[in-house]
Ligand binder design. Structure first.
Ligand code: C5P
Length: 201
């Protein structure tokens, strides 16, 4: 049975960086579950019905090309509030979590809904302003910091406020606030949390 690490948190808190580094360190497979919602959102922007788009996703749809734009981010956050979309994506995520020796899944509801039995649950967060500043530096496309902050806050409110699988820490999650941490420090903290549990599995 695979060892599962669930990493949840709001947009641009550092989940992606931490998840990729943790997967490399322990030799686990990694699924960025946001890509499933982004790929569904991208198909909806092309005119497809949301539930139908989620039900018929193919592995090639979740290649990261073109899925990081602000337009796709917004579409992803909208489709993520539709219960039929979430239901269509559950089985794929659970299968991924239990194949092979170990898996890292990052998203919003991994520790609470997708893998409530995960051996390790991390909740990675940071202040909205810190997260917006990071996203702003990544985008470098002329969008103002205030616009990026407004986007981040709108997506957070939608993720936290939705009825189906809202963003929240699992009761047994370890929180890592990356507001004042470098990427290296945040990764070290995640690895230090996981290592003893992995060693005693
Ligand atoms: O993590 P990322 O920003 O790529 O996710 C895009 C959107 O997909 C999020 O704003 C969120 O609404 C949704 N999402 C979700 N549940 C997940 C992963 C992402 O609702 N497990």
């Amino acid at each position: 049975m695979a060892f599962t690490v669930a990493i949840d948190g709001p947009a641009a808190a550092g989940k992606g960086t931490i998840s990729a580094a943790v997967a490399r360190h322990f030799g686990f497979r990694h699924l960025d579950t946001g890509l499933l919602y982004r790929a569904t959102g991208a198909r909806v922007l092309n005119g497809q019905d949301a539930a139908e788009a989620a039900r018929t996703l193919e592995p090639e749809d979740i290649q990261p090309t073109d899925l990081r734009t602000a337009e796709v981010s917004e579409a992803a956050s909208r489709v993520a509030a539709i219960p039929e979309v979430r239901a269509a994506l559950v089985a794929f995520q659970r299968r991924f979590a239990r194949l092979g020796d170990g898996a890292v899944l990052d998203g919003r509801d991994i520790g609470t809904v997708i893998c409530p039995e995960a051996e390790v649950k991390l909740f990675v967060t940071a202040s909205a302003r810190t997260r917006a500043a990071r996203r702003h530096a990544e985008l470098a496309d002329g969008t103002s910091l205030e616009e990026v902050l407004a986007d981040v806050e709108r997506r957070d409110a939608r993720d936290r406020g939705r009825v189906d699988s809202p963003l929240r820490p699992a009761s047994d999650a370890v929180t890592i606030d990356t507001s004042t941490l470098s990427a290296e420090e945040a990764i070290a903290r995640a690895i230090a949390t996981i290592a003893p549990i992995w060693a005693n599995r």
